[in-house]
Design a protein around this ligand. Structure first.
Ligand code: ATP
Ligand code: MG
Length: 512
């Protein structure tokens, strides 16, 4: 690269790109240029069109009109394979890896450059060479399900690069990462950009965008609002461009001391195995009272998933006790219990039926009540009304309530689940990464909902990898590590350093 970056012709040029879904204009004459070697952030509220734009570049959707030029040539990708051949690769939020297979198998599978037949040692050697080439260390013999999320993502990136991606698109890659993993990812991205690759980076976390992006493009309701250099951007300016509003978004935090009452959740000496039969919980004790938010901080994979599933009655422990109190009765939890809300870590796996309509999904927790059904049939009038209420309260952007819920943008799916579950959580709400994929405004709203629940007397258990979130929201907090609950902090004595050490397994930081 002899010319300065500014004088270079764009590596990717998008002109007048338009995409509609029925009457909904998801992208409206969007222009964009990407330079070789730049990290370009895409920013916008939930439903702004970020994923749609990425999907078109990656050959998953086809645009209605508009042009995409790469390296000066007009391209028309008809499939992801086409896009890969054209040098565009996307790392999706739901990794496309086969969990039970090894890293090597995942790297080499379905790749035209892999020989038809090769030995296991050949396979390992070839993968090791690729891993070495991109300097993204990961054990080729490891099975995917044994790897941390950060490492799995690394395999996805290597896989995409090995197939020749010059433009790498990452759709909310940090939503699933710890702060350390995020930092590692950023180093990788900076290195790739320095080596001449172009990166599209999507995130709702403005501080991340400010720290990594060379330039930032803001979309609003499918329209291109602005492209600005990262160095000139501020949080306020970005928020203004995204929302069109000058009013800064209020950060939600505690509203007065908790008036904690009786226990709504009691967990005693709980032991459990993971789905793979390994010890996941080793003697967990935990109490959540009405009127308080208890936070569990921790790096994912330390037993949070198993604990959450046992608490809502969809998984069994091997020993110990879990009791929940609803309507004055204390007993072990049953799935779908009224009075208990559950915002799960994976909305598509545990909360929504993708092919069912938004209406149906909005009422799943309530349709068995007399209000919404008789003994033999559903009462569609009240069902529609209730669904509308959920949609309105959650500010879910949905054009057609009878269309499959999978068509909502990721953030709008999350809004739907969070609102639906909060509405049934009169006594207890389990919220796992509740702001996952939400834009700045919706994040503030969901946090407010949790506070409102607490103030109305429900007990809230907040499990999140986002330490800032747990610190801002909780009345009390503990750390989960290695299937155990470590430490115990009450608001006012939160000690970020000690909590961080506990999250890394330094038990001595718990004190006496
Ligand atoms: N397959 C589809 N069918 C119908 N509508 C769709 C489809 N995919 C996306 N949309 C709609 O297009 C709009 C843009 O969605 P998109 O997923 O691109 O938003 P986004 O900016 O990625 O939002 P988020 O931050 O919530 O992920 C939304 O209104 C969404 O409902
Ligand atoms: Mg999206």
């Amino acid at each position: 690269m002899s010319e300065s970056a500014d004088r270079q012709p764009p590596f990717v040029l998008v002109e007048g790109l338009t995409k509609t879904f029925d009457q909904l204009v998801a992208l409206d004459h969007v222009n964009l240029d990407l330079k070789e070697g730049e990290i370009h952030a895409l920013l916008g509220e939930n439903g702004a069109g970020k994923t749609t734009l990425s999907n078109i570049l990656a050959g998953i959707y086809r645009a209605d009109s508009g042009d995409v030029m790469i390296g000066g040539e007009l391209v028309h990708f008809r499939s992801p394979a086409d896009a890969i051949a054209g040098g565009v690769g996307m790392v999706h939020q739901h990794f496309q890896l086969v969990p039970s297979m090894t890293v090597a198998e995942n790297l080499m599978m379905g790749w035209e450059q892999s020989p038809r037949v090769f030995s296991m040692s050949d396979l390992k050697e070839r993968s090791a060479a690729i891993i070495e080439e991109y300097d993204l260390p990961v054990d080729p013999g490891a099975r995917i399900f044994d790897l941390s999320v950060g490492k799995q993502q690394r395999v996805e990136i290597v896989r995409t690069l090995a197939r020749g991606a010059q433009l790498l698109i990452l759709d909310e890659p940090t939503a699933v990462l710890t702060p350390e993993e995020t930092e590692e990812l950023f180093e990788v991205l900076r290195r790739l950009a320095a080596g001449g690759r172009t990166v599209i980076f999507i995130s709702h976390k403005l501080n991340e965008v400010l720290s990594i992006a060379d330039r930032i493009t803001i979309l609003r309701s499918g329209k291109h609002m602005a492209t600005i250099p990262g160095a000139n951007a501020t949080v306020d300016r970005l928020a203004q461009l995204m929302t069109g509003s000058e009013t800064p978004i209020e950060a939600v935090s505690q509203t007065g001391p908790a008036k904690a009452g009786e226990a709504v959740l009691t967990v005693r000496d709980l032991h459990a195995l993971s789905s793979r039969g390994l010890p996941a919980l080793r003697g967990v004790d935990l109490t959540v009272r009405s009127g308080e938010i208890v936070g569990i901080a921790g790096v994912s994979g330390n037993g949070q998933t198993e604990l959450a599933e046992i608490i809502v009655g969809i998984r069994a422990g091997t020993s110990g006790q879990v009791l929940v109190t609803t309507e004055g009765t204390t007993q072990p939890p049953t799935p779908g219990q009224i009075g208990i809300g559950h915002i799960p870590e994976d909305r598509m796996e545990h909360a929504l039926v993708g092919v069912a309509s938004t209406t149906r999904n909005a009422v799943t927790r309530r349709y068995r009540t007399a209000e919404l059904s008789t003994k033999t049939r559903l009462r569609w009038g009240p069902i529609r009304e209730y669904a509308q209420e959920v949609i309105k309260d959650g500010r879910v952007q949905v054009r057609e309530v009878d269309a499959p819920v999978a068509q909502l943008s990721g953030g709008n799916q999350q809004r739907l689940v969070a609102t639906r579950e909060a509405k049934v959580a009169d006594e207890f709400l389990l919220a796992v990464h509740p702001t996952f994929g939400l834009d700045v405004q919706a994040t503030a709203e969901v946090r407010q909902t949790l506070q409102d629940k607490r103030n109305a007397g429900a007990g809230v258990l907040l499990i999140s990898e986002d330490l800032d979130e747990v610190l801002a929201m909780s009345d009390r907090l503990v750390v989960m590590y290695g299937g155990e609950v470590l430490g115990g902090f009450t608001r006012g004595e939160f000690d970020r350093d000690r909590i961080g050490l506990l999250m890394g397994g330094h038990r001595e930081a718990a004190g006496e």
